[in-house]
Design a protein. Structure first.
Length: 255
């Protein structure tokens, strides 16, 4: 099937043959290699299962990344067990992320999410599936609009723009359900200065994206119930593009 259409009330033909890679499923001939990699990222200790999302969301052609299929299968096997999810990810494929988020949100037992470093882009809305979302004090949370690289005539480009609007509406719904913030404020955060907004742990707590801030050295946490935090105010302190540039610099240095 080469095209995907919406309901009759708003028909939107999307040419899946031209679907950009950031939205498309990626063919991975190294399925066996990826499966062994994924097994190294999960741990099943008695009554609690642990899922480590410490890579990009979705597989690439080398089998790297956290695939939705692997997470869904892991949750199916551990359907009655509480799940601890640990996240340090720059994000990745939006639909892989939505599948992972929906699977975690539908899990029968409690899901606790801990952001240990980065939760950007697709990783940020995966985190919203937790019954409790915790962040280490030295960690960041970033959101932005869906983005693609596309080519084609003006009708094809318009259909891609419509598709992006659909995805962005999903994102607003997800973040609003967690934070209770006005829709306009979330849209402003998605826009940011140029490409989204990054929040520190304290800023994310005050905005409602997380429920607790963990200070491992002090041994205390801040709870969202009282919204106790430091004196920092919720809002952008770094654009997502600046954070991406920092990540790229660290990768070039081999860090």
């Amino acid at each position: 099937m080469s095209r995907l259409t919406r309901s009759r009330a708003g028909v939107r033909p999307f040419n899946l043959a031209r679907m950009p890679r950031c939205l498309a499923a990626v063919d991975t001939p190294q399925k066996a290699e990826q499966s062994s990699r994924m097994r190294a990222s999960i741990r099943n200790d008695g009554n609690v299962a642990e899922l480590l999302i410490m890579d990009q969301i979705g597989e690439d052609s080398y089998g790297d990344g956290v695939s939705a299929e692997s997470v869904v299968n892991f949750l199916r096997i551990n359907r009655t067990k509480p799940i601890n999810v640990r996240i340090n990810s720059p994000g990745g494929l939006v639909y892989e992320g939505l599948v992972i988020m929906n699977a975690l949100a539908s899990h029968d037992a409690t899901v606790t999410v801990t952001i240990e470093g980065l939760a950007y882009s697709a990783a940020s809305f995966i985190a919203m599936a937790g019954d409790t979302v915790r962040m280490y004090k030295a960690s960041d949370f970033g959101i932005h609009r869906a983005s693609i690289i596309a080519m084609g005539n003006r009708k094809e480009i318009q259909s891609v723009r419509d598709w992006l609007n659909t995805i962005d509406n999903h994102l607003v719904d997800i973040y609003q359900a967690k934070t209770g913030q006005p829709r306009k404020k979330i849209i402003d955060w998605l826009d940011g200065v140029s490409d989204g907004t990054v929040f520190s742990a304290d800023e994310a707590l005050k905005a409602g994206f997380c429920d607790e801030v963990i200070d491992p050295k002090a041994g205390n946490r801040s709870s969202s119930n009282g919204r106790t935090s430091t004196n920092r105010t919720a809002g952008p302190h770094t654009t997502l593009q600046e954070a991406k540039n920092r990540l790229m610099m660290l990768r070039r240095r081999g860090l």
